[in-house]
Ligand binder design. Structure first.
Ligand code: WT7
Length: 643
């Protein structure tokens, strides 16, 4: 294999960095390795405000962890109150741009007021510590305001990405037993209104736990308000008190639940608690983004995913940063929108996904060239492996070969970044997340849990507990144990394959389970299959990820039909639309292939490996001796050639 190019930060970058040079990194890493509890105790003491200190740092009864035991904390206090007592009082906390072009510059002082008022609203409606709120909103400041208002009172929030359908929303409200839903009439995307309230209305018919639906008016379009259930945000806000102190909560009080796809049809509610999550989130913000008080920092993710929770809301605000939020699409009104934003606000750090980079790359260099991008000093990537060609383009065309790129590996479950180069310390290799952050102990093992050697592919695991780790799956501790802690004794199983090179650098290769990664969004094959078989025409379905130039993977479905006469062209379109309706538009299949039968083992298990091979190479090799009907495979493989 050819050796990858190594990119080292410039001496100037190193000189100004929070962590300087390999020695700086290794010093921190070794200290954490030798005495993790002392290390995290120190970090927690430095980075976070505590109402009361812990009795001990960690209580570890595998796989259940408690961090900063007995301590009292509030995440909203850490993101707001502690800053308004400093020079940050009038610093911009949230710098927002709507897709139609509006701007809002919300200072820490102002954000504190807005959050306190909305927390008062929730309190007045009778919500309290331990209640659950579903937040289903566009990318407007009221989304983080609602999150922070919940956190202020200890209400557990669960943000549902606005691209999810009413079906998906309903399943989450029900699983969580939420008593309040916070939403908006709609938001803007690609110049059009994307309505949200009608999806809420549809879901509410089967959500008896919900007492109130609070609606923020964003677009002003026509929606129906149901008397006795729906309330306007602005009406409640008009009389709300600005005095609503943050409640001191136990360090292990749940901060949020975020649903993500597992290997079954049912999404998992990943539970994160307060003290450990906030400690690691805040520290990693400073380590990987080399955050400085004067930075204008922009993470382009949606707050509905964990990236947005950790690196748009909690990380930046707890660290006292200016966090940019942009509501809309990168190609509206044309392909220079992001570069226009970078130039206009003099953005210093941009954190985005390989999918977005590839999509922008494809449009050509003329778009970034139209703008002055010289304010950028650091770039980041997250969500999926980044291919070296996209890395090089990002580095050369956006970063002008000046900016380090931090490729950050982590998961909804890990809470914050686990493997990434500290930019002023660790030289980068395109496509590698490089080295673990301090306090993180990954390894690569075989099925017996035995470490594989350098350059060997294996399962990525985490050997030691970490503060921001998932605590359980909401309502299902057995699934939590089984999914993450049963494969390799005593270690956390990530579900990713990886290898480590001779320098100890990690190269994450992708999922080893039935989970697809589409545009950096996790999607389970089973979830799409269950959606398909709910359609009246479908008998059976098998779904696999197919390599895709832009989105990394695309959803490819093999479908057998019930008896009857179907117009296949029309039905193909209908089924794609059906999946979008059942799960969300981001899950819309790229391809539907009709087939007579699906390849199965004698025990009736669908052989997804073969289907993956068919969509990847259009041929089949390997072991097919366990196949129930060999001719099925041959037909599926040749079918595509005829198209
Ligand atoms: C899965 C987690 C972490 C926030 C966004 C996704 C893949 C994530 C990288 C990366 C290679 C990556 C993994 C992981 N992944 N970041 N830098 N390099 N792969 O969160 O939806 O929980 O998905 O995304 O496969 O397991 P998520």
């Amino acid at each position: 294999m050819s050796q990858p190019t190594v990119y080292s930060p410039s001496p100037e970058f190193v000189r100004n960095a929070n962590v300087q040079g390999m020695e700086g990194y290794l010093e921190l890493y070794r200290r954490a390795e030798q005495n993790p509890e002392e290390f995290w105790g120190e970090v927690a003491g430095q980075e976070i405000h505590w109402f009361e200190k812990w009795s001990h740092v960690l209580e570890w009864q595998p796989p259940f962890a408690r961090w900063f035991v007995g301590a009292k904390i509030n995440a909203s206090y850490n993101c707001l109150d502690r800053h308004i007592a400093t020079h940050r009082k009038n610093k911009v906390a949230i710098l927002w741009e709507g897709e139609p072009g509006e701007q809002r510059f919300i200072t820490y002082q102002e954000l504190h007021r807005l959050v306190s008022r909305f927390a008062s609203v929730l309190k007045n409606r009778g919500y309290q510590t331990g209640d659950r709120a579903i937040i289903y909103m566009p990318m407007i400041p009221e989304l983080p305001i609602a999150m922070l208002a919940c956190a202020r009172l200890g209400i557990i929030h669960s943000v549902v990405f606005g691209g999810f359908s009413s079906e998906a929303l309903k399943a989450r409200v029900q699983d969580l037993g939420a008593s309040v839903v916070i939403t908006a009439d709609g938001g803007y995307r690609r110049g059009k209104e994307v309505k949200l309230k009608p999806a809420v209305d549809e879901a509410m018919a089967e959500c008896p736990s919900v007492r109130d639906v609070i609606v923020y008016r964003r677009t002003g379009s026509e929606i129906t308000m149901q008397a006795g259930r729906d309330l306007w945000w602005h009406e409640l806000d008009a009389t709300a008190s600005e005095d609503c102190p943050a409640v001191p909560l136990d360090s292990e009080h749940p901060l949020f639940v975020l649903y993500t796809s597992g290997t079954t049809g049912k999404p998992k509610g990943i539970l994160h608690t307060t003290g450990g999550y906030l400690t690691q989130t805040t520290a990693s913000m400073k380590w990987i983004f080399d955050l400085k008080d004067e930075d204008t920092y922009w993470c382009s993710a949606d707050i509905g995913w964990v990236t947005g929770h950790t690196y748009i809301v909690y990380g930046p605000l707890s660290a006292g940063a200016t966090t940019v939020i942009y509501e809309g699409s990168p190609d509206y009104p044309q392909f220079d929108r992001w570069w226009r934003i970078v130039e206009k606000y003099r953005v210093n750090t941009l954190y985005t996904s390989p999918t977005a980079i590839r999509a922008l790359l494809r449009q050509g260099e003329q778009w970034p060239k139209m703008h002055d991008l010289s304010s950028l000093r650091l770039l980041g990537s997250v969500g999926e492996p980044i291919n070296p060609a996209a890395w090089e383009w990002y580095h050369r065309v956006i970063g002008k070969a000046r900016c380090p790129i931090v490729d950050t590996w982590w998961q909804t479950e890990t809470g914050s970044t686990m493997i990434a180069p500290m930019p002023g310390a660790v030289p980068q290799k395109p496509g590698s997340g490089t080295l673990p952050l301090p306090g993180v102990v990954p390894d690569i093992v075989d099925l017996n849990g035995k470490e594989v050697g350098p350059e060997r592919e294996g399962f990525l695991i985490i050997r030691r507990p970490w503060p921001g780790m998932i605590r359980t799956i909401w309502g299902d501790p057995e699934r939590f144990k089984e999914q993450y802690w049963s494969r390799v004794p005593g270690a956390y199983f990530t579900g990713d394959a990886a290898r480590r090179d001779h320098d100890g650098y990690y190269w994450v290769l992708g999922r080893v389970d039935d989970v697809m990664n589409v545009s950096g969004h996790r999607l389970s094959t089973m979830e799409v299959e269950s959606a398909l078989v709910r359609h009246p025409a479908v008998a059976e379905a098998a779904v696999v990820g197919k390599p895709h130039e832009i989105t990394g993977q695309a959803v490819c479905c093999f479908v057998t039909l019930k008896q009857g006469d179907f117009n296949r062209d029309q039905l193909g379109k209908d089924l794609r639309q059906w999946v979008a309706h059942e799960i969300g538009t981001f899950a819309r299949p790229e391809e539907i292939r009709f087939t007579e039968a699906l390849p199965k083992t004698r025990s009736g298990k669908i052989m997804r490996r073969l289907l993956r091979e068919i969509v990847t190479t259009n041929t089949v090799s390997g072991d097919v001796t366990t196949l129930e009907d060999l001719s099925v495979v041959t037909r599926l493989a040749s079918q595509h050639d005829e198209d």
